[in-house]
Ligand binder design. Structure first.
Ligand SMILES: [Zn+2]
Length: 104
């Protein structure tokens, strides 16, 4: 029996166009929810392209895989570079803290 993950993987291979479309849809949904993150990502992308800033390894674990500029610092000129795993971890901690403080 195939796992959900394996199924998704083969589906991706068989339907690259559909996959890209669905990914775009996801992205649009995400960015319409967080317009400031879109602006930030665009700015960082531009600065990277111009060579003003350079992509850095993850600030927490030093990994160079799946590292993204995050909005944590709020400054596109010195974004907080985090890998996917650490980024998720940080957001999990933030969410928990908010729950404890009763913000959410
Ligand atoms: Zn990391």
């Amino acid at each position: 029996m195939k796992t959900k993950y394996e199924y998704k993987k083969t589906w991706k291979k068989k339907n690259p166009k559909k996959f890209r479309k669905s990914k775009n849809k996801e992205n649009r949904k995400y960015f319409s929810k967080y317009p400031e993150r879109k602006r930030f990502a665009q700015k960082v992308h531009l600065l990277l392209k111009k060579g003003v800033i350079k992509k850095q390894p993850c600030m927490i674990c030093g990994s160079i895989k799946q590292v993204e500029a995050t909005t944590l610092s709020g400054n596109p000129y010195s974004p907080t570079w985090l890998c996917d795993r650490c980024n998720k971890e940080i957001h999990r901690v933030i969410r928990q803290k908010k729950l404890v403080l009763g913000v959410v």
